[in-house]
Design a protein around this ligand. Sequence first.
Ligand code: PEP
Length: 249
Amino acid sequence: MRKHIVAGNWKMNNDLPQTELLLTELLKQNQTSDAEVMIAPTFTNLWQAFESLRQESIEVIAQNMHFAENGAYTGEISASMLKSIGIKTVILGHSERRAYYNETDESLAKKVDAALANDMRTIFCFGEELQDRKSENHEAVVESQIKNALFHLEADAFKNIVLAYEPVWAIGTGETASPEQAQDMHAFIRKTLADKYGNDVADSVSILYGGSVKPGNAKEIFGKPDVDGGLIGGASLNAEDFYAIVNAF
Ligand code: PEP
């Protein structure tokens, strides 16, 4: 049975007092849910969030990390640093990191390896741009992103991989892939995995959808058979909205 996951990516939002406030609001909403719930605050607030949620069923995860263990990489954070404060999951390959920080499938493959070497779970993000969809090239783009960054892995590694399909044209734009578009792509992704690793692996990997998921559309999107949850940006900054999405399962 695949895990349902709803992860909130706070991006570069919330200083420490704002983080404390949102954590308090989230704890008011938190209740037993069918989905694993995660939040990704910014690096400076990870420890505070981790401490506040230590006894709670909300996992604190990181938004990014470097592929090296340590060394002369000013401003970067390594997997072992994250692990040392209790972080066990990291988002890698978000489209904003690809667009603004030149992250490529090749550098992401190294980051995935570093996360796995540290027994960390990766939420691996990918997705096509608007022109790829308009030219009906979206499946080819997504297939190459997955193959280039992940297909050097052994099948066993996929127990620590969560996929997040995030069409770039739907992130932060208010524009959402229709539930049918999401389902079609998720089924395609699962088939791509099955062709390489077999059905057991393909059926066990959770595939999240990300791109303007809101309380009003979550139920329909999560209702699709190959959509196993969501990576939520904007709506994760409001505790009520975030839990309305979590409770859509
Ligand atoms: C995201 O940044 O991963 C995302 C899905 O953002 P939003 O929900 O705001 O579109």
